[in-house]
Design a protein around this ligand. Structure first.
Ligand SMILES: Nc1ncnc2c1ncn2[C@@H]1O[C@H](COP(=O)(O)OP(=O)(O)OP(=O)(O)O)[C@@H](O)[C@H]1O
Length: 583
């Protein structure tokens, strides 16, 4: 009798084209038939696969006795010896799902039986997620028979059955089959029968070529495409979209748009799942909320509020469920913390200190994280590695990097450009392949097109420092625009969306409250402050300094206009509450 102290017993993954499987098993695990009917069924399948992976239980003690109990509990007859189990018997093992996952092994021998998948040969038992053994412990074991490689001319070779399980439905949407390789390394049949017959072989990750030289060395190079080793294995991806992105971006020179309709289905699904803004709800209209897997560049004139705005932006998102990680290389964490407390509670710094405990609790519940680093430069490679780890461990949805300059190295401008291109490319990949939204603050280069009237030039995406490459890589480019009338001192701020790959460009005004460091978007301004009017006529000589703040002065004629909209009593109340507004 075999004894294991800890075993993961994992359930059967049974979803192949087979006449003796009931419809029920197709539905349970999904197959191409199912998800083509349901369109987004692949997503379901993907989640199912992930759930199976994550919910597998550890069985303590004597494996076989425990296993037999499970079989008995579910009244499943497991006809030993295992080498004689047929698929139709195995089918019943799906009842084991609630107890974890049991992989039923397909014989992989140097004979044609393999191709018919007739027999189940062994059970794979996990001592830990990476350590497993087979019962009975004979020869080669491989799960190829469970997957879809036979149905397509193009095949993606992956490391093991978990990768295959996670990738298969997505791959099928773009007409590719999957084939797990582990266990087949000693088989010349594997190479001869499968790989040599296929028109295109994608190897994910590319290191498998070096790991299994006997299998790949003689294959025609022109048929092989490898997925970069910096991209995580399929089982580590968080959504179907990121898997599709890898397959579409990393493989093949030409994309069949017809076959890739799947991508737009998933894309629209992602949009529907985007995290919406409340304080800055006007961003929902253009950007469609915060979408996972995108890269946003955020810019604005130096010292004009980029960090301040993004801080409140991250609070808004956090209040709607998005977990943001701040990488603040410019501002000390205490300063960021203080600003976030004020913005969250909409209180002044002094009030936050008075109500310290309340503020602390509220901010704590929000769950915004910050990389524990001192202000200063950081090696982008080191940062990206760190971020991958944090995304995995803390389930992060959004990363803000403040700012790009701290990730650029090089003495000459050419070196700096190269470095910036490289950093942006890494951040782009990070967003795409981890399904996290990355927002990067970029400074503009020095601009000179300043009109006499406006103290700050109007920035466009072309004013962002570095090369156009960054803008091309980004999904969104947002600029906090500032203008200041040189004569009157009036400052105006607005958010301008210059690029939005999956939405629309647009703009909206902002007013700033110095006391709480918060912004009020245009649609929330008291209606009397009509954006199209401009602000010039709000100015009195005393209030010049404060014209873009919400507590600005209101001249008499504006009060009169207020009366057109409100009754006498409400106007009095309004004026009383805003006594700075009265003369
Ligand atoms: N709209 C605004 N009107 C007036 N003051 C503002 C406004 N927005 C932010 N500020 C103030 O401007 C100062 C600088 O803000 P912040 O650090 O956010 O700017 P930044 O653009 O990120 O700066 P840098 O270019 O140095 O990175 C802060 O004291 C902030 O309170």
């Amino acid at each position: 009798m075999r004894t294991c102290t800890q075993n993961y017993v994992r359930t059967i993954v049974l979803k192949r084209r087979s006449s003796h499987l009931s419809e029920d098993s197709f539905k349970l695990y999904g197959n191409r038939k199912t998800y083509f009917c349901q369109k987004l069924g692949a997503l379901y399948h993907f989640c199912e696969a992930k759930n199976l992976l994550e919910s597998s239980k550890i069985l303590e003690g004597d494996y076989e006795a425990r296993f037999q109990t499970i079989l008995d509990e579910h009244e499943v007859k497991f006809p030993l010896p295992m080498s004689q189990i047929h698929y139709k018997n195995v089918e019943r093992l799906k009842f084991l799902k609630s107890n974890g996952v049991l992989f039923v092994d397909i014989p992989f021998h140097e004979d044609e039986n393999f191709l018919r998948d007739e027999n189940v040969h062994a059970v794979k038992i996990y001592d830990s997620p990476d350590n497993f053994s087979y019962v009975p412990s004979t020869g080669n074991h491989n799960y190829a028979g469970l997957f879809s490689w036979r149905e397509f001319d193009r095949v993606i070779v992956v490391e093991d059955e978990w990768d295959a399980l996670c990738l298969e439905p997505t791959a099928a949407r773009i007409q590719k089959g999957v084939l797990p390789i582990s266990g087949a390394e000693n088989s010349s049949l594997f190479k001869r029968t499968i790989l040599e017959m296929k028109k295109e072989i994608i190897i994910w990750p590319g290191q498998l070529v070096a790991k299994y030289p006997d299998i790949f060395e003689d294959l025609d190079d022109s048929k092989i495409t490898t997925v970069s080793s910096s991209i995580p294995r399929p089982k580590h991806h968080r959504s179907t979209l990121t898997l599709l992105n890898v397959l579409i971006r990393e493989t093949g020179d030409v994309v069949n748009l017809g076959a890739n309709m799947a991508r737009s289905f998933v894309q629209s699904q992602t949009a529907a799942e985007s995290i919406k803004f409340t304080r800055f709800s006007m961003l929902n209209e253009n950007l469609g909320g915060l979408r996972k897997g995108e890269l946003t560049l955020f810019s604005g004139h130096t010292g004009k509020g980029k960090t301040t705005f993004l801080s409140e932006y991250s609070i808004d998102l956090a209040l709607n469920g998005a977990k943001t990680l701040w990488c603040s290389f410019e501002m000390k964490l205490e300063a960021l913390q203080n600003m976030q407390a004020m913005q969250l509670c909409q209180k002044s710094s002094e009030d936050c200190q008075i109500e310290y405990e309340f503020v602390q609790e509220k901010l704590g519940n929000l769950g915004i994280l910050a990389l524990n680093s001192e202000p200063g430069s950081m090696d982008p490679n080191e940062l990206v590695d760190k971020l991958k780890e944090l995304i995995e461990n803390h389930r992060i949805d959004h990363i803000i990097i403040d700012n790009m300059q701290f990730l650029i190295f090089g003495t000459s401008s050419d070196d700096a450009y190269m470095s910036q291109d490289n950093t942006i490319r890494m951040l782009r990949e990070l967003a795409t392949f981890t399904d996290v939204h990355v927002t990067v603050i970029c400074h503009p280069r020095k601009t000179s097109n300043v009109s006499k009237k406006d103290g700050y030039s109007f920035l466009t995406e072309y004013d962002l420092s570095g090369r156009a490459r960054s803008v091309q890589e980004a999904d969104n480019v947002i600029i906090l625009q500032t203008s200041q009338d040189i004569e009157t001192g009036v400052r105006k701020d607005w958010i301008q969306i210059h690029k939005c790959r999956h939405g629309e460009i647009g703009k909206f005004g902002l007013k700033y409250n110095r006391d709480t460091k918060t912004y009020l978007q245009e649609s929330d301004w008291p209606y009397i402050f009509d954006y199209s009017d401009g602000y010039d006529d709000f100015i009195t000589s005393e209030s010049r300094e404060m014209t873009n703040t919400v507590d600005f002065c209101l001249p008499d004629r504006r009060v009169d206009r207020l009366k057109d909209f409100l009754d006498e009593e409400s106007v009095d109340l309004f004026l009383e509450e805003n006594d700075t507004l009265s003369d």
